[in-house]
Design a protein around this ligand. Sequence first.
Ligand code: NDP
Length: 439
Amino acid sequence: MQDVKNRNPNQDEFVQAVGEVANDIYNWVQGRDDYHDAQILHRMTEPDRIVSFRVVWEDDDNNVRVQRGWRVQNNNAIGPYKGGLRFSPGVNESVLKFLAFEQTFKNSLTGLPLGGGKGGSDFDPKGKSDAEVMRFCQSFMTELCRHIGPSLDVPAGDIGVGAREIGYLFGQYKRITGRFEGVLTGKALAYGGSQMRPEATGFGAVYFLREMLKSDDQEIEGKTAILSGSGNVALYAARKLIDCKVKVLSLSDSDGVIEIKEGLDEKQLEWIQTLKFEKRGRISEAADEFDGITFHKGKTPWALEADIAMPCATQNELAADAAKALAGNGITHVLEGANMPTTADAMAVLREKGVAVAPAKAANAGGVAVSGLEMSQNAERMSWERAKLDDLLTEIMADIHHKCRKAGKGDDGSVDYRRGANIAGFEKVADAMLAYGVM
Ligand code: NDP
């Protein structure tokens, strides 16, 4: 880890992600001389390549604006690079490297032939007109298109990149290359998208939770849950939780949290989906619209009492003091909907207090799994039924749960899902790298 720190100065998120994986697999790899001789761990901490480029676009007042774009192609040992694009002012190389590193093990866990990558820009789509977002996306893709392809690297959406952005990006790829092919996932149904892709991450996380509870002889019905975020992951997780008769007590955005005392209902959720996905409004507006919803400015959901907590906003949003509050408030399960939402200190608190944690690379793998199925549909130029995709997603999440539980079982019978996910995800990638020899 000292070597990783020295080689990646000021890249805290990346060092944190590597440290968590290394910590979890350390004992397990002892005695694996083949991994050691081939320097597998060391090789995995160095991305295959990172492309960084200038993105120039014009705003609505004809000002020329300059942004930076990246694609981190982390590891393609088990399939083409695959991972989302994030547009947010907080994006930098460290964040994208951590996300691409995590993505590699997540994609391995799905059982599909997908390598790991991630990309994005420090562009902030918030407050921009559709025309500005279009011009930015076109400029971004003008450079990115030379580095991606259906068997090479297949990006998707992430924070700040939803259906609108994917449409502009795919349109520009097609315009430049002249090829209509499955080079992006998260596309709309009209041009090669998959049923269930928008819902997949949130629904998949709830399917994983259902499996966790089942293996502890518990029912999901009747539980209560606190969620952060109000984007793609949070809102579809909320939908599935409501379907499973779980009371959703909160949602949030970077302005604050809404508390829903009686639990979110269908009508409120639909209204919030329109607010967030179409009108691009703020979560506080839900409190103005509905009695029974209260907005707490600048607050997070972690002080509320519930059975389940689902951080679905961003990395390191749940720190040690919040973890203590969760454990004190009766939370028994934490499901990471966002990528690395729990700080290392918070994770230690949750472990000590015996709170079961479903790590992001397992709990939110449903999104990339259905992206993998979108690639299969594009390759065979077919479109599968929604019910078939929902069944496949359910099976994949149950399989991931099984792998994590098996690899994460301690001698005393307790299960550490994070360690299990790291070991199971690592092993397949490591074995493929060994097979290729020294490169
Ligand atoms: P969206 O852009 O749709 O939504 C992000 C949500 O998080 C928004 O409500 C946003 O609020 C909130 N948020 C962002 N930053 C902060 C912050 N610093 N504090 C509080 N709230 C914040 O993104 P997604 O839902 O797609 O992604 C959320 C997380 O899930 C990310 O970690 C992503 O990597 C991960 N993920 C997403 C997948 C997908 O399929 N979409 C797949 C797997 C993982 P605001 O509008 O105020 O910024």
